[in-house]
Design a protein around this ligand. Structure first.
Ligand code: FNR
Length: 413
């Protein structure tokens, strides 16, 4: 109601409330490369489009004459009570949207009580972000590197700076076919962006210091130490304009290898016990889409999953994330923590996802548009608008709490 009163009393918001205008305005102030990188999806972008459209398959059926004067949007997630069922999805390279990058997002997350999931490809280290957040909730998202030492180091740093869960993103062991970026010949990592978690890492530094020139592949770590050195040089020596160095020959190999370092395409279920041995925090698998994978996660004792297709950035022509949510919840049963992202653009979208069994939903691109337009304040407004829209949708649908949002509250068309 505060937003409404402010809105109709002439106090204009800093960023558009309409999602379409929010994105359009962000596109006007960003570089074409930055906008393409953030807005784009894989291939023909059919997965990305379907993510948004899939919600239309269901309609909310509001109930009347329920006393909704008192409403409670809170949820409990892994032992922590959250005021609303929203989190901030891990989004890398936020410096492309705004110079304050992850720091602005961390402050906005803390101000609104919405957990921030620190990206493995962040522009600001997790320690610096955590220092802005007091005891507000934050999680860490891991890309499983080729080096298990690096994995263990990242996870112990996450524990040390107060992260309350480890999210392992599974859908990006290879980078998707992203046509907008290919057309512009642009990939942020090649410009030394989104690498703060590495450059601030002691194991990474150690690997670097130990590196003899031209060393061979280290079989145990499955990583070429030479690669580490080359990457670190790219990160530190050529932060701004790598392309001229790329043209000179040798760094090209290093670039290729950098694209490989952050992930391990050979990752399987058999690797997960390593993580379990290295952290007591809840482990959440992000990028689950197939019901059999959802079921397997539960059977293997993984603490939860995020049904997601990375905002349609990985597999073109894939199942919409909202469709995947339904099949995954059916496979795990209602007692297993299933979170959701990819396509949330309104309170109604969040409501429908919750009706179909999501415990909470992650916001993605919309908060980055807010960041691009107005830094911390922009992110804060986007979050606050989602919360208010959701609260009104819930109340007007005749639900007083998250628990009352069940499959009865929606109907497929
Ligand atoms: C992402 N996403 C992502 N996921 C992740 O696990 N680690 C990451 O570093 C990133 N980075 C990233 C950058 C950009 C620019 C985008 C748009 C997305 C995926 C993200 O967490 C989430 O799954 C999607 O953003 C959800 O889709 P929508 O709602 O943004 O369309």
């Amino acid at each position: 109601s505060e937003i409404y009163v402010q809105g109709v009393s002439g106090a204009r918001p800093k960023v558009p409330i309409s999602m379409a205008r929010l994105e359009a305005q962000a596109s006007q102030i960003m570089s074409p490369e930055a906008f393409a990188y953030i807005a784009g999806g894989a291939g023909l972008e059919s997965t990305m489009d379907n993510n948004l459209r899939a919600f239309e398959a269901d309609r909310i059926v509001p109930r009347m004459l329920v006393d909704v004067s008192e409403r409670d949007t809170s949820v409990e997630l892994f032992g922590r009570r959250l005021e609303s069922p929203f989190l901030l999805a891990p989004i890398g390279v936020q410096e492309m949207a705004h110079p304050d990058a992850d720091l602005a997002t961390a402050r906005a997350a803390a101000a609104t009580g919405v957990p921030m999931i620190f990206s493995n490809q962040a522009s600001v280290s997790m320690e610096k972000c955590a220092a802005e957040m007091g005891d507000s909730p934050r999680w860490f998202q891991l890309y499983w590197s080729k080096s298990n030492d690096l994995v263990a180091s990242l996870v112990s740093r996450a524990e040390a700076c107060g992260c309350e869960a480890i999210v392992v993103t599974l859908d990006t062991t290879l980078l998707g076919w992203r046509i907008r970026d290919l057309d512009l010949a642009y990939l942020p990592f090649l410009r030394g962006k989104g690498i703060a978690q590495y450059t601030s890492d002691p194991v990474f530094q150690k690997l670097l210091a130990e590196t003899p020139a031209n060393s061979e592949v280290d079989q145990d770590r499955k990583i070429t130490l030479d690669t580490v050195k080359a990457i670190a040089q790219l990160m530190t020596t050529y932060p701004d304009d790598l392309l001229s160095n790329v043209r000179s020959g040798k760094p090209l190999a290093a670039v290729r290898q950098f694209i490989n370092i952050y992930s391990r395409p050979s990752l399987t279920w058999e690797d997960l016990p390593f993580l379990r041995e290295h952290t007591k925090l809840p482990i959440i698998l992000k990028g689950i889409q197939h019901p059999d994978d959802a079921k397997r996660a539960k059977d293997e004792g993984v603490d939860g999953i995020i049904v997601s297709n990375h905002g349609g950035r990985q597999v073109d022509g894939a199942v919409a994330s909202y469709e995947a949510l339904k099949s995954c919840v059916a496979a795990t049963g209602p007692d297993y923590p299933v979170l959701f992202d990819s396509g949330i653009r309104s309170g109604a979208d969040a409501f429908k996802a919750i009706a179909h069994g999501a415990r909470a939903v992650c916001l993605g691109r919309p908060y980055i548009w807010g960041l691009a337009l107005a830094g911390e304040e922009g992110v804060k407004e986007v979050i606050t608008n989602f919360k208010a829209d959701f609260d009104l949708t819930m109340g007007l649908a005749g639900c007083r709490s998250i628990a009352e949002i069940d499959a009865n509250a929606v109907r497929s068309v």
